[in-house]
Design a protein around this ligand. Sequence first.
Ligand code: GLU
Length: 308
Amino acid sequence: MDSPGGGTSAGRYAPSPSGDLHIGNLRTALLAWMFARSTGRRFLLRIEDLDDRTSHEVAQRQLADLRDLGIDFDGEVMVQSRRTEVYDATIAELTAAGRTYECWCSRKEILAATRAPHAPPGAYPGTCRDLTASARAARRASGKPPAIRLRSQTSRFTIVDQLIGEFTGAVDDFVLRRGDGTAAYNLAVVVDDAASGVDQVVRGDDLLTSSPRQGYLATLIGADVPTYVHVPLVLNPAGVRLAKRDGAVTRADLALVGVDIDHIRGLIGRSLRLAGPDETPSAAQLLARFDPQRLPQGPWIVDPAEMW
Ligand code: GLU
């Protein structure tokens, strides 16, 4: 495994406080912690609350669950809703360098435009990219606050994932700041990872297709592109990402059916081939056994009706 030098490199876990963590989230967090600690990195926690600002209590519960699972963090917890000025400063720099533009498109308009034949799926079609000065002035005069988009100079970017290998994906003129003034997820993630020395991003593989956009943006703000590790998600028996509606999946629900946090850690350890049946190893024991080469490659299927 790579062994980063300098002692300042870091991994992180970055939950959104939209609800209690479930066993799939806890598994991803434990993996992120083991990838970081086994390579001598610091491990940081970031609360991604740009969309869920009122969820202070949820964030506190998430933190308690992670701690009780045995995950330890370095330094201060970073909270995105307190970092508006930092995001705005980065957008101002990109704008000064001619790398952004204002966009007044509604979701509906974008959807209609991307349905056109030959439009790259899911990519912003560039409607506002090259507006004439008078068209732009008319939109400004409408009073509708614009979103700020990246003026991308590429349509593809390649990142390196430790489990998947090279991954090339689409980069479009994605949103950096929404019309309501909130920094967009893709911008905030890149700015925060760069600001805190994160050079290893371990997260669910549902975010793999965001990585080319984020990696490209990192190069534009003068940051190194991190090493990515996208881990398979936990799925329900129907093959859909595990969610609260699937039954007892959070720590609080599981406690009600007699499964405590040590058992949860044991189940996760077993799913990662790091623990035997009925064993309840500590996080430190799992870390000592951790070997990325031996991780199962497919998703972990969990059926809450059968499992506990
Ligand atoms: N906040 C995101 C989530 O909870 C994770 C973002 C990331 O790890 O880059 O899904």
